[in-house]
Design a protein. Structure first.
Length: 125
């Protein structure tokens, strides 16, 4: 799957009131490719994302790679299983030193009320 998205991000310093003090104002454009494969019940997903970041501090690039595994549980309804457990790991890189920004891991429980909607509760570090 190939997608393109845009977003506006405002970051605030700790102790503020989400108005002041403002850390940065950012506009992002990100194309991404998602590759998925099913092996028996496991769904394996790889996501490659490039973020073009226009910030109040200048232009920046960021590259993200996510590897995730999803396992459906429970009884099938409407052609799919509405409950799932998932785990994913995402790595953030830049094209400037230091190149590695962060590593993020997610453990989650998912509920799909429809094929196109997922509600997720989990732990993100």
């Amino acid at each position: 799957m190939l997608t393109l998205a845009v977003g506006s991000y405002q970051t605030y310093k700790e102790g503020g009131d989400f108005v002041v003090p403002k850390n940065s104002n950012e506009f992002r454009i990100w194309p991404q490719i998602i590759l998925s494969q099913t092996i028996r019940k496991l769904k394996i997903e790889k996501r490659y994302r490039t973020e073009l970041r226009f910030t109040s501090n200048g232009y920046l690039n960021r590259f993200r790679y996510r590897l995730g595994v999803l396992y459906p549980i429970g009884k099938q309804r409407h052609g799919f299983k509405p409950f799932q457990i998932s785990v994913s790991n995402e790595i953030f890189f830049t094209d400037n030193e230091p190149y590695f920004e962060r590593n993020r891991i997610l453990f989650a429980f998912n509920y799909k009320p429809s094929k196109s909607t997922t509600l997720q509760v989990g732990y993100l570090q």
